[in-house]
Design a protein around this ligand. Structure first.
Ligand code: HAM
Length: 438
């Protein structure tokens, strides 16, 4: 077997690449109406960006980050001197976009202080060393949106509405989706709640698996995310955040639901939705497809991260956002028979039976392309019959035949593949003629 793409990665061949670009265009079209502009951050960052941002104990940071080594750092590591790596030599491929966007916004002084929020969107590859399965890759693509500097619950509703609008615009059946929302409280009420959950886990340690018991000491709320069925049953009776919310968080959550109700957005409250990244405060949400994707049914998710900017070295600034996964969206669209198609009609195929006319054809093809026509021709001295076959296969609208007879009269034959009509046209008049047909 020859060389292959690394496990968990995919080549985006023509159709998939076009679908990816299509999703980006749709997102840009919709998000820009809400005031978002594009940002692109590096594919790799200092490890600290993710450790501080996402949280050291999360799976994403503790188990799934791909490290990047410069030749110098690689030498140190292979000589057993990894401990000598400086901070700026400890690099990782980005597992998500939020921490990088916050780092970039701080570095470039984009964080608003009391003025209008800054709204940034991005699209690109993310990397997580996860076990590959349908809808779960090691290199995948996200489109994300981050709104920095908006404390009000109206902003939470707005990003959720924008997300749902995007899903609808790309053709996903609204009835095939489930929007889950929850609140995780804030620094005022969550520490107390975390303690309650921690105690609950420790009290039930004999019934829970090792991971859940470990979470008691690192991040107790993660136990709600356990895939182990027994753990899920035990955690079903754990204390719920909603019973411990402080007044401000309760009000924020109530307002959010009010806005979603006003906008007619259907949602389900899921008290167990904690999500796997530590930066969230208050609102979290996830959109799942109901059928087809099994355990990887989350096609997008996000929430509020009011502490992240401060933790990353900035002034306290409330913020929120989401990201969607391209691969899972395309699988869902495929399952629903809604994958966008981009018929490729090479508008014109220039066929010529005699290779002696190659130079003339070359000239003609260049002229047509300079007039913005998409033009293909033969490079292999094929017979006219096989050139016409190819033109048909390529879905050409017109075939232009450059033959001996035609050239004698300074003209070509234009075959309209839709009507199957032929017409002899003077070369001088060809561009004009084709433009009129378009
Ligand atoms: P996330 O939930 O980790 O959130 O990822 C967002 C989406 O990326 C998921 O819903 C899923 O569709 C897709 N995704 C994640 N991991 C994989 C994978 N291994 N293979 C394929 N698709 C995947 C975040 O990344 C947050 N940064 C979202 C956010 C933005 N929160 C606030 N702002």
């Amino acid at each position: 077997m020859g060389l292959r793409a690394p496990r968990g990665t995919e080549d985006l061949l023509t159709e998939k690449y076009e679908q990816w670009i299509y999703l980006q265009h749709k997102a840009a079209e919709i998000f820009s109406r809400y005031g978002y502009t594009f940002i692109e951050t590096p594919l790799f960052e200092q490890v600290d960006v993710f450790v501080h941002g996402i949280g050291e104990s999360t799976d994403v940071v503790s188990k799934e980050m791909f490290r990047v080594l410069s030749p110098d750092a690689y030498r140190k590591v292979s000589e057993g001197e990894a401990s000598k790596l400086k901070h700026d030599q400890k690099l990782a491929l980005r597992p998500e976009g939020t921490a990088s966007v916050v780092r970039a916004a701080l570095e470039h002084n984009l964080i608003p202080q009391g003025s209008a929020p800054i709204k940034l969107m991005y699209a690109g590859q993310m990397f997580r060393a996860e076990r590959q399965q349908r809808g779960r890759l090691r290199q995948f693509h996200q489109i994300g949106a981050e709104c920095l500097g908006a404390p009000d619950a109206m902003a939470d509703a707005e990003v959720i509405i924008m997300l749902m609008e995007f899903f609808e615009a790309i053709g996903l059946e609204p009835a095939s989706l489930r929007l889950l929302i929850n609140t995780l409280g804030d620094d005022e009420c969550r520490p107390n709640y975390r303690e309650m959950v921690k105690q609950y886990i420790l009290d039930h340690a004999d019934l829970l698996d090792e991971d859940c018991v470990r979470y008691a000491h690192t991040n107790p709320l993660r136990a709600f995310d356990s895939k182990n069925e027994t753990c899920q049953k035990v955690m079903a009776n754990a204390p719920l955040m909603k019973d411990y919310l402080c007044e401000d968080c309760r009000k924020h959550y109530e307002e959010l639901r009010g806005y979603l109700d006003r906008a007619g957005v259907m949602y389900e409250e899921d008290q167990k939705l904690v999500r796997g990244l530590d930066y969230y405060t208050r609102t979290v949400f996830e959109v799942q497809v109901l059928d087809g994707l099994g355990a990887q049914n989350a096609i997008g998710g996000g929430g509020r991260y009011d502490k992240l900017i401060e933790i990353s070295g900035g002034k306290p600034t409330p913020a929120l956002g989401f990201a969607v996964g391209m691969e899972r969206i395309l699988l869902a669209l495929e399952d629903q028979g809604k994958l966008p198609e981009f018929p490729r009609g090479n508008e014109i195929y220039v066929a010529f039976p005699d290779p002696a006319h190659k130079a003339k054809v070359f000239e003609l093809v260049s002229t047509l392309r300079s007039h913005k026509f998409s033009v293909q021709t033969d490079y292999q001295e094929r017979s006219l019959k096989s050139q016409l076959k190819l033109a048909n296969k390529q879905n050409a609208r017109f075939v232009i035949i450059v033959g001996e007879e035609e050239l004698k009269e300074q003209s070509v034959t234009v075959k309209d593949m839709r009507s199957a009509c032929d017409e002899r046209i003077k070369i001088d008049e060809l561009v004009n003629y084709l433009e009129q047909q378009a």
